[in-house]
Design a protein around this ligand. Structure first.
Ligand code: SAM
Length: 263
């Protein structure tokens, strides 16, 4: 590794907030607990704060970075490390099948650019059989929505869709002061572990997406109202679901049951 100095002006359009707090970086690596030769895909390595610690654990590291200058810096810095592979690309365009497979599953990690975090996670859910787990830094508010339980104000479409595919664990909060430049929002680390059987529950997860869009169309209205074009109150009752409930009171299982009944 060269000891070259690098000064980079953070680019807002790429959501660049670099982690500088070493105790937080160590806490993240401890949560990942990387093993030698394990395949890890890091999204947005930036200036390599996390990358450096992962490489020290001898993992097989694939880093995906869109910023040309940062990519050049990392490529140069780790030129002599054979277990480091840099992919200069937009992560939303990467074909993850070329990086991992069910036989050689990957662990996905990243301090994500917040502007693309939700579309990226939905994209990754398509590669579930090839993913061992995912550990992300996200906006605290998004982590709270992902991990929310029925009945809480944060519980909604995002919670149900992500929980359909994965076990969601909120690990810890990260203050804005841990980054440079400091983001305007608080952050948190979340771990997503795929439920490998999820993909077999429904013929197509789009059915669940469509049902949730309809169910949560008006949060304050009852299911009877929101779902009137799809299912009658009587049918809901037959499925053991009270039609007078609001959408946030139903569990993932309730929604899967309605989906199976409709299709
Ligand atoms: N991992 C570094 C750290 O913790 O200090 C940087 C994190 S910064 C929040 C997000 C990183 O993702 C930046 O390096 C940015 O250039 C990169 N990035 C942004 N959009 C991207 C995209 N579409 N594809 C790949 N990388 C992207």
């Amino acid at each position: 590794m060269s000891g070259e100095k690098f000064s980079h002006r953070a680019r807002k359009r790429f959501g660049q907030n670099f982690l500088t707090d070493t105790s937080i970086l160590e806490k993240i690596v401890k949560a990942i607990s990387p093993k030698p030769s394990e395949k890890i895909i890091e999204i947005g390595p930036g200036q390599g704060a996390l990358t450096e610690l992962l490489l020290a654990n001898e993992v097989d590291l694939h880093a995906i970075e869109i910023d040309r200058d940062l990519a050049a810096f990392l490529r140069d810095k780790y030129a002599n490390i054979s277990h480091f592979h840099l992919h200069e690309n937009d992560v939303l365009k990467v074909d993850f099948d070329s990086l991992m497979s069910p036989a050689q599953p990957g662990r996905i990690i990243g301090n994500l650019p917040y502007n693309i975090s939700t579309p990226l996670i939905f994209r990754l859910l398509k590669y579930l059989p090839s993913i061992k787990d995912m550990l992300f830094m996200l906006q605290l508010e998004v982590v709270e929505r992902m991990a929310a339980k029925p009945g809480s104000k944060n519980y909604g479409r995002l919670s149900i869709m992500v929980q359909y595919y994965c076990q969601v664990e909120k690990l810890f909060n990260v203050p804005s002061s841990a980054f440079s430049p400091a983001p305007k929002v608080e952050s948190a680390i979340v771990k997503l572990t795929p439920n490998q059987q999820a993909t077999n529950q429904l013929n197509s997860p789009e059915q669940l997406t469509n049902l949730l869009r309809q169910a949560f169309a008006q949060r304050r209205k009852t299911l009877r109202n929101n779902l009137s074009s799809l299912i009658s109150a009587k049918e809901l009752e037959l499925l053991g679901i009270n039609p007078s409930l609001r959408p946030e009171n139903l569990s993932l299982d309730d929604y899967v049951r309605i989906c199976k009944h409709l299709h």
